[in-house]
Ligand binder design. Sequence first.
Ligand code: PA5
Length: 491
Amino acid sequence: MKAQGFEKGIRGAVNGLQLDVNNMMADIVGPDYGITMEMIKAVGTRISLAHRKIEEMRKSGGLCFTDLPYQEKGLDDIINTAARISDEYENFVLLGIGGSALGPIAIHSALQPDYYNMLPAERRGNRPKFFFLDNIDPARTGMLLELLDDNLKGTFFNVVTKSGGTAETLANFLIFRDKLRQRLGTGKLSDHFIVTTDPESGTLREIALEENYPILPIPKGVGGRFSVFTPVGLFPSAVTGIDIHSLLAGARHMDELCRIDDIWENPAYLKGVLDYIAHVSMGKTIQVMMPYSHRLRDLADWYRQLWAESLGKRYNLEGEEVWAGTTPVSAIGATDQHSQLQLYLEGPNDKVITFIAVKQYPELIKIPEDFHEKKGISYLGGHTLNELFDAERMATQFALMKAGRMTSTITLNEISSYTLGGLLYFFEMETAFAGFLYGINPFDQPGVEEGKRATYDMMGRPGFEGKKDEVKRMIECGKPQYIINALTMRS
Ligand code: PA5
């Protein structure tokens, strides 16, 4: 099957998105360090099975994230509601965690200018300031309460939780709801909340119905980390004026490419299979995502969750114990050249590093020519920051290659809602495909349930009794000799 918008690349010539895996391949980096065609052939059956699984699931409606780029229903509602919120409020706050926060955060930092909240309103297109609360650290919630205190009337909250029952999100919701109720009165609550949640069930949905908050439904069958193209990601994006049609168009275009059954023409499959082989045949247990773009730093965090929660599985689909997955690490160029790179070059050869490069920036910043007599600085003058950024990425990749480390590069021609949509979808498909190569279910997260149950019991939630005592036993059986108390305040 052929799809439009695909062509074999020339390094450096990018029109959209380019995946370059040269530095993963044995014929480029040498047989001791790269993947051979024989290794790829050896997993041919797995590749076919994984592709078949994906196609079957698509047909049966069981791979819901693949339908999202084609959605039409509900988009107008998202855009119209977002436009109203954007006109009426000065602050927009997203309360959510995990897959209910990382996607919109990644989109926001990729597509909105740096220091967004500090810019004058006109520079933000007169859109609201944007705040995310995806933690329950009392200091952070407390600071946001303080920050919003003198303008609660001008603040709107989007509470996002697929299950409708996540403790962290509900706790923050209760805190801000209480504050609003005290300040503005119960009757005004529905003017300040919108809830993004399951279309049929959940505690938050019940509350929303009781208190008359509008509800944006997350389609059934779409799990948190695959929900970036649902109202979870689309609504907050639309509030700040991001073109969500174009975001979806990029995802659609990528989906067309991702239907091809030939790994050499399907970027998500190619990356998935190489990362899989690098792990199972070459011992690369760590996946580093290193964008050379500050705006894509949160995308690396989004990917970290997608990869970790989807692939880190104890059992395969046959119920056998497999302990699958590799550890995703997010880094950022050029900053982490001065933090992580030494380890990547000379530490254990257990990593695959994925660079994300951006070809065109709207900004071209010249480095002034100065200090002509000082060789240590004068060489920079006359170049641009853009050139320096690119040179550092290429030099880093070169050094890694010389050290026998595997790298691949994804280059975006520019960061736009279209290319970002394609990139997000690319990673979703790569992850799902890799999951099926491992033979696991990439869409559940059974491991995290134990900790959730223990939290519920410690907080007194009925129906979860018993866990608190187990936690207490763990604390009590600790030995004093393994504990050091330090920095005890002297009187
Ligand atoms: O990917 C997932 O399913 C999880 O990370 C969830 O997004 C996270 O636990 C938050 O869940 P919820 O959206 O139900 O509040």
